[in-house]
Structures are given as C-alpha cells and as structure tokens.
Design a protein around this ligand. Structure first.
Ligand code: FMN
Length: 245
C-alpha cells in the first residue's frame, strides 16, 4: 500500500493549503471565464416554479431525506422540474454583476452549470437542456433521450435510465481558478455539494425520489453533453423521479 502522503489527492491537499506568510496556492494562474453560459440560438422553455411546493417542516425534510433509486413511470410536472432547478440555482439577489442564488458559492463566482436530461416530464420534450440561470429558462440542446446512455456511462447504474430527469452539474474551472488558483478546485467541489443538497431537499419536500451520483466515466458523460472535459467538465449528477415503493 502506498503511503497516504504520497497519494495524488493528499499531495493536492497539502499543496493547496493556505498558510500564514502566503503560499502559491491562491495566486491566480489563468484568465477568467464569463460568468454565465448561454445558448442564444437554442429554443427556450420558460420555467414557472411555485414556492408553496416546498412548504414542509424543514426538520422533517432533514430527518426523512434518503437516496432513492427506484422510480415510477408517472411524469413529473413542469412546476416540479422548475422547483428542483430553482432550489439548486434560483437567483435570489444581486451583488453588483453577481447573481446570488439559493446555494452559496466561494467568492460568488458560481463556476457550476446545470444541465438536465429530461425523460418523463409533463409537456416537455425528452432531451437535453441547459439552465440559463439569469433568465430562469431552459435552452433545448438536443432531442436525444439520454437516460440509458447516462446509466451506461455511470458504471451501468441502471436506475438512472428509470429517472424522470437527470440533473448534471459541470464546472467551468476558470471562473473560480482564475481567482483562487489551484485551491479553487476545493471550492468548486464544495459548491457542488451545496447545490445538490438543495435539490435533494426540494425533491424530498415534493415527495419525489432522488439520488446523487458521482460514479461515472468522465469522458463519456462529457461527450454526451458536448463538453471538452478541460475547460468544462461534469462533476456531479442527480437522478429524480416519482417514488416507487
Ligand atoms: C458525493 C456522492 C456521490 C454519490 N455517488 C453515488 C453513486 O454514484 N451511485 C449511487 O447509487 N449513490 C451515490 N451516492 C449516494 C450515497 O450512496 C448515499 O448518500 C449513501 O449511501 C447514504 O444514503 P442516504 O443518502 O440515503 O443517506 C453518492 C453520494 C454522494 C454524497
């Protein structure tokens, strides 16, 4: 067994510590990237959410949240989908040019982009969509149903193919790392946890089944989304559907 301190992850951790007196870790290394990604040519789908859908005692949501991997055939409503997206990335305030959201983000840089593979949502065509956070609308990217392919790319985790919607979060690394350097990668991963947990609790509030997923073949999932995997790469997924006991 190699020593823990020789492991790649440990070296990264050690070399990105902040220490009094200054370290290289935070020095900006690269040019920044634009704050919001958009697909101006894509067909748009407006999103209508309804905060009343989440009106459940918060303590109960925390107590009852579980990862569920069995999904029924019934469709999600458009409002439920919108509510999930809003819980993850809804804009709740502005600070200068920054769009502050339901989830916190280091330096308010919001390096994560949200995509959703729609399989079973009422009045919404199957396919791949991107969330335009500022306008709170979806851009339709492709009509190819991705459930099975995502399940295949996620180490054959077949429950993904049964989900009504699969959310995918990518990082645009420059957005964060131009400011925080190598240490920024820590923050990007922390941001992802916040945002996914928001979505999971929203799913719980609406009585839906949800499961986070991080085991997947990176290149295969990036390819399905048309991402290069360097500038922007998928780091986290969440499957959501109707509960099936
Ligand atoms: C970062 C992360 C990655 C995960 N990846 C997977 C995954 O690839 N497949 C899966 O079925 N569950 C995945 N899970 C869910 C965990 O297995 C689950 O949270 C754990 O078993 C505890 O169960 P609970 O969520 O019901 O409390 C992941 C959870 C986290 C936080």
């Amino acid at each position: 067994m190699p020593e823990l301190t020789a492991a790649l992850g440990h070296r990264y951790w050690a070399e990105t510590k902040l220490e009094r007196g200054g370290r290289e870790a935070r020095r900006p290394l690269i040019e920044p990237a634009a704050a919001g990604k958009s697909y101006p040519q894509a067909r748009k789908v407006p999103l209508l959410h309804d905060l009343d859908l989440l009106d459940k005692p918060f303590g109960h949501l925390l107590r009852e949240r579980r990862s569920h991997r069995r999904y029924g055939e019934e469709l999600l409503t458009g409002r439920e989908l919108a509510m999930l997206l809003w819980a993850a990335q809804g804009v709740t305030a502005r600070a200068g040019s920054a769009l502050l959201r339901t989830a916190p983000s280091a330096g308010a840089l919001h390096p994560l982009e949200t995509y959703v593979a729609v399989e079973k949502v009422d009045q919404l065509e199957r396919g791949l969509y991107h969330l335009d956070v500022g306008r709170f609308e979806l851009s339709w990217l492709s009509g190819a149903p991705l459930g099975r392919e995502l399940a295949h790319a996620a180490l054959e985790q077949s429950f993904l193919a049964q989900a009504a919607a699969i959310f995918l979060w990518s990082a645009l690394f420059r957005r964060n790392m131009a400011k925080y350097g190598h240490r920024g990668l820590r923050y990007i991963l922390l941001d992802a946890g916040h945002l996914c947990q928001n979505l999971l609790l929203a799913a719980q509030a609406m009585g839906l089944a949800a499961c986070p997923v991080a085991a997947f073949y990176d290149d295969e999932v990036n390819d399905l989304l048309g991402l290069d995997g360097d500038e922007e790469a998928v780091l986290y997924l969440a499957a959501v559907g109707r509960r099936k006991e």
